[in-house]
Ligand binder design. Structure first.
Ligand code: AHN
Ligand code: ZN
Length: 336
């Protein structure tokens, strides 16, 4: 008796997990009838409350500025969090030289789900926070570090919830979640230099692109999240993403628009941004896009509180976290 109940419960549970899309019967060229059956795994529901809580937890350490105790403590937190959901967590530690000669101790943190397959994609975000609010309207704040609630923590918060979801229900493909360090230690606004200052952003991703955590690392494509938590965020189709990975931009934008997030994912091209996706495209040759809050009406072209002291918890909106998180889950669980 118990066995029968168990059997039916299992059946019900399995049908909840797996949905079968039967496309209508088609007549083949020789006249025989073919039936196309596709099995898709159910897309989990993103949890914006958890993602928000992971933002709160990151901010609780204080600004995650390179070489600071808060940065060190946050690394331990992120590693332990990922290890609680994933058996293959790699920490790539090393040093890089900043624009001003400072040696920065970085940790790129990588969680690999289903590491055995080459049929994989990766998702990334930076977890360090900027040491200077050099775009703050008040010049007295220009040397203060920022919380980086949006610029850093928002993307990481979303990726942590995605890692949690993947640990519960497995997608058909392999997924790597890469938390890059040392992204935001670029030269301040008033820095005078005759060398190309673009090269001083994304130091952690540059290192990883040259020396990935796994020799000959390969993925079909990558998605970078940058400033993905502000209220009414607008994600324009960033120029370098359109140059290196137009099909992935279209896939993500179509997915977001289809599931109801057209007010965030605008079919509108934005400028080219030097960000963590650039070395991945240029050096590793993996087509990688940047989902980044761009705003033509703001002074910098970025999200209005970019590199200001107002990039704090008050500028995070769960609706935006949800739009990005649910879009990514839909992309991941539709990959075969
Ligand atoms: C430059 O300002 C050249 N790139 C911006 C990359 C960035 C900083 N994203 C977030 N913070
Ligand atoms: Zn920044």
């Amino acid at each position: 008796m118990n066995k029968t109940i168990n059997y039916f419960l299992t059946l019900i549970f399995a049908s909840m997990l797996i949905s079968c899309n039967l496309t209508p019967k088609k007549t083949g060229s020789e006249g025989e009838t073919t039936e196309k059956k596709t099995i898709a795994i159910k897309v989990p529901e993103f949890n914006p409350d958890s993602a928000y809580f992971y933002v709160v937890q990151q901010l609780a350490f204080g600004p995650r500025v390179m070489n600071s105790p808060a940065h060190e403590k946050c690394a331990v937190f992120l590693i332990n969090k990922l290890k609680s959901w994933c058996q293959n967590v790699t920490v790539q530690k090393g040093t890089v030289k900043a624009y001003n000669g400072t040696i920065l101790n970085f940790s790129n943190i990588i969680a690999s789900f289903n590491p055995g397959t080459n049929n994989r994609i990766f998702l990334c975000s930076h977890w360090d926070s900027r040491p200077y609010a050099d775009h703050d309207p008040d010049p007295k704040n220009h040397n203060k570090p920022i919380d980086g609630a949006n610029d850093g923590a928002s993307g990481v918060g979303i990726l942590l919830d995605i890692a949690r979801q993947i640990s519960i229900s497995k997608p058909l493909i392999g997924v790597d979640i890469i938390l890059f360090d040392a992204e935001d230690y670029g030269p301040p606004q008033d820095w005078k230099s005759n060398v190309n200052t673009e090269d001083f952003w994304g130091l952690g991703s540059q290192y990883w692109a040259n020396q990935p955590h796994k020799a000959n690392y390969f993925a079909k494509y990558g998605i970078l999240l940058d400033m993905v938590g502000a209220p009414n965020a607008t994600f324009l189709m960033e120029g370098l993403s359109m140059h290196y990975a137009p099909d992935i931009v279209k896939l993500v934008w179509e997915t977001a628009n289809r599931i109801g997030f057209s007010r965030y994912f605008l079919y509108d091209e934005g400028g080219q941004i030097t960000d963590d996706h650039v070395p991945v495209n240029k050096i590793r040759g993996i087509p990688t896009i940047d989902i980044i809050h761009l705003d033509r009406s703001s002074e910098t072209g970025f999200y209005p509180y970019w590199h200001t002291t107002k990039d704090n918890l008050a500028s995070i909106d769960k609706n935006t976290l949800n739009a990005v998180g649910q879009t990514l889950l839909t992309v991941i669980y539709n990959e075969k």
